[in-house]
Design a protein around this ligand. Sequence first.
Ligand SMILES: *Cc1c(COP(=O)(O)O)cnc(C)c1O
Length: 348
Amino acid sequence: MEVDLGAVVRNAEALSRHARAPLIPMVKADAYGLGAVPVARALDRLDPYAFGVSSIAEGEELRAAGIARPILCFTPVRVDDLPQLRAAGMTPTLSTAETITAWTHEGGAWHLAIDTGMHRAGVNWNQLDGLRATLSAHPPTGVFTHFHSAEADDGSMERQEERFRAALARLPERPTFVHAENSAGIVRRGPSAWDAVRPGVFLYGVGSGAGAALQPEPVAALHARVLELREVAPGESVSYGATWRARTTRRIATVACGYADGVRRALGNAATALCQGQPVPIVGVVTMDMAMLDVTDVACALGDTITFLGRNGAALRTVEAVATGAGISPYELLTGLRLRLPRLHRGG
Ligand SMILES: *Cc1c(COP(=O)(O)O)cnc(C)c1O
């Protein structure tokens, strides 16, 4: 697996220019599978407001690597977790009187999570009055909400923004840092009305569709070398369950890359990879450690590169295309590429 850190940085710069706001790059889930430490180190030079993670362990990993910026933890934490979070010098996102009181007892920055329709985490936008006394005594450093469908032109983002504004108006005072947009929200909105934006997937090369105002550079590539080549006679099958059969004599290439490496099982008999800049069908079921390709129609030799994701010659397999072939979301595809693959980070 190759990760182009130069492309991550250029995608981040493009977003920050488009939003005219500082970034809170989301590096949760090991930077969507691409490596949180190298990604955070590369983005640190853009002077982001903070990094976003989803667990204390992820924050601790960044601290151990020398990342000194604020690190926001975007999943709810229990009162019992707060000492560990504080020890890591992290900033929690809170929304209950119990956790806010426990955290502010010893001081420290925190952000208030407001639920405007995602219904996952945060205090409901129209139930802030229950927190008023707590918030007056312990004002948050920042406040934010999260959009559930920023990539869809369905009016939901506008509805959530209205609720967010109504909630902000009911706070005892306006916090220093207000933030809302994820990648799709940034691309859709352009200049942000708030103080920072929280991109994730766009940094890692996934845009919000062909018509979008801003397109990311590809970031991740997954290549494997052809280790064996064989001729398969008509009527013979390939892989477990014999789900694919040769109708004529076919040349089959084997690579040591399977579903335990993130090459999804569903790609078998459903998608193509690239060889010599040409599409080659993935035939039979992808196995745990190996996958087979029908390379009959290309000049494929032992040692050649098969590309499941990224560039091969003039051809490109995007995350979106591969995810569609596997019937999953681009987010799931990226976060699945991390079990066993050696990762080469370039351009850091
Ligand atoms: C993951 C996440 C983001 C980033 O979302 P993308 O769609 O990847 O840009 C932003 N904010 C929160 C709270 C998140 O959990």
